[in-house]
Design a protein around this ligand. Structure first.
Ligand code: BGC
Length: 432
């Protein structure tokens, strides 16, 4: 039997709050090219095959005008970009004014084009001199970082609206000192403790420094958040594992810093993890996906939009404004990216309706980029990069996103990708 959709079902677009920020993000190292004074550059020459090295990346350092002009044409009213510490302070204590001026030019260009600007001060890569001194393990690391922040904030202040101190400290710590995908590839639990602590202290100092220069600045960090789903609903072990995973992944850095050094929460949400206990094991383990259950990205990350709703509702308990500082999909199938966008934005819409104070969304990423240790294969961009010619080619999903931005919400006809909006009261009679 074919069910009829109730005639009075909702045909309105899913509207977002007024002044919502719509944009996309990037990190300096992943797009600029030739970041030669950084630890990653030095490491990749030794440790990675040639086609995994950053090289000129997307040459964004020289082509930023083209990239941001495209972003503007695609309707974006905000952007998230990074600056590279190793360019600004290539030698210990020596600051390069030419590089600072370069970033000022970039930011001026963004402002002249009406963008709200979110800047990241640290995104995985370090100056080589800093890592030679022990990097984030060095107990003076927060001091070194603060010296750079102290120098750069007065210069960039007129052009920056939102400041992110550090991108994903938990991911950096985990990949550099546990899975060993990032330099310095040092397996050590003690290093993990030191690095996490020092990054938290660095955030706190930077927060204070930025506020000393700009009393009403808006400062946060980009927190990598994930949702967790236990498979065996009544398993106590899995419940405990779920609780611990959520705490260590989503809340840990807030616990380390305290909540008074966050004017907003920056959240990077991509995917879910399942928690299950394999037959031959006593302790539960996490899985990235369950074969065949849902669509996955080219990196095997499950498309799990409902997790976005869950983390937003959870972290809303801090009563701070929230920005989605990263959310995106690596896919060579751009239809999948369009479905991804609609499905995740729909969950953000519902979270806002349910009380989450979400103020902006930054798709990851504006263009294809150098996906760190994974090289150039994963395609996250709204804009494709032809690496032979460095030509920029907006994908259809970029135009779909543009329409969403123009509507300040998801137009009804897009919802056919994700299901109609039907209110409970359209389907069943509710007696109040
Ligand atoms: C990082 C980005 C990265 C993205 C996709 C995030 O964890 O902040 O730098 O490109 O994941 O892998």
């Amino acid at each position: 039997m074919v069910h009829k959709i109730p005639e009075n079902h909702d045909h309105e677009p899913l509207l977002f709050p007024q002044d919502f920020l719509w944009g996309a993000g990037s990190s300096a190292f992943q797009v600029e090219g030739n970041v030669k004074d950084s630890d990653w550059w030095e490491w990749e020459q030794k440790a990675l095959p040639e086609n995994y090295r950053s090289g000129i990346a997307t040459d964004h350092y020289n082509r930023y005008k083209e990239d941001f002009t495209l972003a503007k044409e695609l309707g974006h009213n905000a952007t998230r970009l990074g600056i590279e510490w190793s360019r600004i302070e290539p030698k210990e204590g020596i600051f390069d004014q030419e590089q600072i001026d370069h970033y000022k030019e970039v930011l001026k260009y963004l402002k002249a084009n009406g963008f709200t600007v979110m800047i990241t001060l640290h995104h995985f890569t370090n100056p080589l001199w800093f890592s030679q001194k022990g990097g984030w393990e060095n107990r003076k690391a927060p001091w070194y970082f603060n010296r750079y922040v102290e120098r750069i904030v007065p210069e960039l202040q007129p052009y920056v609206d939102l400041w992110l101190t550090i991108n994903e400290p938990a991911v950096y710590t985990y990949l550099a000192f546990y899975t060993l995908d990032f330099p310095p590839q040092k397996k050590s639990n003690w290093s993990i403790v030191k690095v996490a602590w020092n990054m938290a202290q660095a955030h706190k100092r930077a927060y204070k420094t930025i506020h000393e220069h700009i009393p009403n600045a808006k400062v946060g960090f980009a927190n990598s958040v994930q949702s967790f789903t236990k498979i065996h609903l009544h398993s106590l072990k899995e419940s405990i594992a779920e609780w611990i995973s959520d705490l260590t992944s989503n809340h840990f850095f807030y616990l380390l810093t305290g909540m008074d050094t966050h004017d907003f929460l920056g959240l990077n949400y991509y995917t879910n993890h399942y928690i299950t206990t394999p037959k031959d094991k006593y302790f539960p383990t996490t899985l990235e996906n369950i074969n065949g259950r849902k669509e996955v990205s080219d990196l095997g990350w499950e498309i799990h939009p409902e997790g976005m709703f869950d983390v937003l509702m959870d972290l809303s308990s801090f009563h701070k404004p929230i920005y989605i500082t990263e959310n995106g999909i690596a896919s060579t199938n751009d239809d999948r990216r369009s479905r991804f966008l609609i499905a995740y934005l729909k969950e953000i819409y519902h979270a806002i309706e349910a009380g989450a104070d979400v103020r902006g969304y930054f798709y990851w990423s504006l263009t294809d980029n150098m996906e760190l240790h994974r090289g150039f294969d994963p395609k996250f961009g709204l804009i494709e990069i032809d690496y032979q010619t460095q030509k920029r080619i907006p994908r259809p999903s970029a135009y779909l996103y543009k329409e969403i931005i123009e509507h300040n919400g998801i137009p009804h006809e897009f919802l056919k990708f994700a299901g109609h909006t039907v209110n409970v009261s359209d389907v069943i009679k509710i007696d109040n």
